[in-house]
Design a protein around this ligand. Structure first.
Ligand code: URA
Length: 442
């Protein structure tokens, strides 16, 4: 007979749990038969002892089957999703989704809200007046069929066990565990139903994974789960040591995306490189072409303006106001702004993404507690990226908020994230590796 006490003790002692035991925990917890305190102890045992590949696959599968699975079978091998493990200034979805659609992928994406210092795609989309983040499954499918792209908020019926477990991990210091992160992300991705998945596994100060080797291990674990589930899956390791692009904050990031899609990539090498690479891997997986060939196609789709046209089509199909996209003057700006200037000459040598994410959150761009309301206009526009020269008295960034009392502490935190040096720092690559799924993995 199943005993939660015995399952906790087994994992505490470093032994391997059976598929049946893992399923019994997830089913029992989701149904309310196992209390939080026992599942908390179990999570801590997993955190300390880890899980092997088979256990991680069982946990993923149990969470995946705790709720609905979206049926995208009508799109066959063309349905594609992209997921980022989280970052600061991470706006690639708004570029990758329309690009992939132009390249013939049926991009059907369910996204989440911000978590801690990391921003959320759904919060950002709500900066566009009228945009509907909730569509019925039928509306979602119809839009994907018609224009090739839709991005909506994940419903509560997708992997509800993960939702419960995540909330518990959040308050029991057990978020940061490779098997728990891998199974959490992959249960939702598999429930979202696409046949192809590209994972953007971020690395650095603004990411869950601070080192390339930890990120590679997480990427491999998620790719293994995807291969076992029969998915066409690739993980791309990308740099998140400094914020991506030059803006952090909901409306600010979308404005940056719009000018990028209109052809302006001035000083946005990281955003261009990461977005085109992710879109290329989506198209490569779906069409069976090489990533290099797909990259050339993605570059053309961006340069020709086709991706911008698709972005417009997507946003307006979901109710977004087209004037908000086409007319910069029609967009509201934050009532309060402050320019932060540099005190010395030199080069920007480091810009800690997590610290900058926290400063943006302090300005109102993210939630400090679950029930906080986001200030869509708040955030940070960085005038300098790492490696660029700075001069005394010149602007380093502009901070935006609707609440002037937030400026001083956020400004101090922002400045504490930066390091200026006399030497020009070595350039960082934006793409740190690729982990491909193969038929033999798993
Ligand atoms: N994102 C998730 O969805 N789950 C995790 O555990 C971590 C990041």
């Amino acid at each position: 007979m199943f005993s939660m006490y015995d399952v906790i003790a087994k994992k505490r002692d470093g032994r391997v749990l059976s598929d049946a035991e893992i399923r019994a925990v997830i089913d029992g917890y989701t149904a309310g038969r196992i209390p939080d305190y026992q599942v908390s102890a179990w999570l801590m045992a997993i955190y300390l002892r880890g899980m092997n590949e088979a256990e991680t696959a069982s946990l993923t599968d149990a969470m995946l089957h705790s709720g609905d699975i979206v049926d995208l079978s009508a799109f066959g091998h063309l349905s594609a999703d992209k997921h980022s493990t989280g970052g600061v200034g991470d706006k690639t979805t708004f570029i990758v989704a329309p690009l992939a659609a132009v390249l013939g992928c049926k991009t059907a994406k369910m996204s989440g809200r911000g978590l801690g210092h990391t921003g959320g795609t759904i919060d950002k989309l709500e900066a566009i007046p009228g945009y509907r983040v909730s569509l019925s499954e039928e509306e979602f499918r119809t839009q994907v069929r018609r224009i090739g792209v839709s991005v909506i908020g994940a419903t509560g019926d997708i992997a509800p066990a993960d939702k419960l477990l995540y909330a518990l991990r959040d308050v029991t210091a057990t978020v940061d565990s490779l098997p728990l992160i891998a199974s959490s992300i992959m249960s939702k991705k598999l429930a979202a139903g696409t046949s192809s998945i590209v994972l953007d596994v971020t690395v650095g100060s603004g990411a869950f994974m601070k080192t390339t080797s930890d990120a590679r291990a997480l990427a491999q674990a998620m790719v293994d789960i995807g291969v076992r589930a029969g998915k066409n899956i690739t993980a791309v390791l990308t740099d998140m040591d400094q914020p991506l692009g030059r803006t952090i904050g909901n409306a600010l990031e979308l404005e940056e995306v719009i000018s990028f899609l209109q052809g302006d990539d001035n000083g946005l090498d990281d955003l261009r490189e990461v977005s085109l690479t992710l879109a290329a891997h989506m198209a490569a997986n779906v069409h069976g072409i090489t990533p290099d060939e797909a990259y050339r196609q993605a570059y053309d789709a961006w340069k020709s303006g086709a991706a911008y046209e698709k972005f417009m089509e997507w946003i307006t199909a979901q109710g977004g106001d087209p004037a908000w996209i086409t007319d910069a003057a029609a967009r509201q700006t934050a009532p309060v702004s402050e320019t932060v200037c540099c005190a010395v000459d030199g080069y920007l040598a480091y810009a800690d993404a997590e610290m900058i994410g926290l400063a943006a959150m302090q300005l109102g761009a993210g939630r400090q507690t679950k029930d906080d309301r986001i200030d869509m206009l708040a955030g940070i526009r960085m005038c300098r990226k790492v490696g660029e020269p700075v001069r005394r008295g010149e602007p380093l960034a502009v901070l935006y908020t609707s609440d002037p009392t937030r400026l001083s502490a956020a400004g101090e935190r922002f400045l504490s994230a930066l390091r200026i040096s006399q030497e020009k720092p070595d350039a960082h690559p934006h793409i740190l590796g690729v982990v491909c799924g193969s038929e033999t993995a798993g």
